[in-house]
Design a protein around this ligand. Structure first.
Ligand code: GRF
Length: 192
């Protein structure tokens, strides 16, 4: 079976990346991870990828004059790896319009809310503050505007009155790990 080559961009823990790597171990799964790239050398996820013998790269955003220069270097590394699809998984850099266009419809992200609700960096905290009764997570194609773009999959979770940010984040993360690889499977199916 044809396996679509995937690059995963992280900045930290990388638990979504790990879930995708695990899903890819299944011989019936239509993707393989060919690169894990981070803008932070100390990202925990890099160690995991190295242990699994997955190619890793570190591109330090502080070494580049502009956002686009950084993005061009990241793109070069991705091209070198042969990846056809990019998954953002806790990658804490806003990507330039140039990068979004270069990888248009090949670039996906996971966000911890039911978009378009609770966009932004503290989606879980914002759901709690708003007194929402449910939230969840969304896998979507990346567009220039942050946390926008066509939705591929969503999963909903109930918010109990006793839930604090930590509890809700854990409930959502469990669903993230499930739907990110599901969404990837859908995309690979469309690519053929
Ligand atoms: C996740 O909550 C994801 O929704 C958000 O960043 C977090 C990354 O977590 N975009 P991890 O690094 O995958 O563990």
């Amino acid at each position: 079976m044809k396996k679509t080559k995937v690059a995963i961009l992280i900045s930290g823990r990388g638990s979504n990346m790990q879930a995708i790597v695990k899903a890819c171990k299944d011989s019936d799964f239509p993707a393989e991870v060919v690169l894990v790239l981070s803008n932070k050398s100390e990202a925990e996820g890099l160690k995991f990828a190295q242990e699994k013998n997955i190619k890793t790269a570190f591109v330090n955003h502080k070494e580049f004059f502009s956002r686009e220069d950084f993005d061009k270097k990241v793109s070069e590394e991705i091209e070198k790896s042969g990846a056809e699809i990019i998954c953002l998984a806790g990658f804490m850099r806003l990507l330039s319009p140039w990068f979004v266009q270069r990888w248009f419809d090949k670039l996906i992200n996971i966000h911890p809310s039911l978009l378009p609700e609770f966009k932004g960096a503290d989606a879980v905290g914002d759901a709690i503050k708003a007194g929402a009764k449910k939230s969840g997570c969304t896998v979507h194609f990346v567009r220039e505007e942050m946390d926008s773009g066509p939705i591929i999959l969503q999963a909903e979770v109930e918010i109990a009155e006793v839930d604090d940010k930590e509890i809700l984040a854990a409930k959502i993360l469990k669903e993230e790990h499930r739907i990110y690889s599901e969404a990837l499977k859908i995309i690979c199916g469309r690519l053929g």
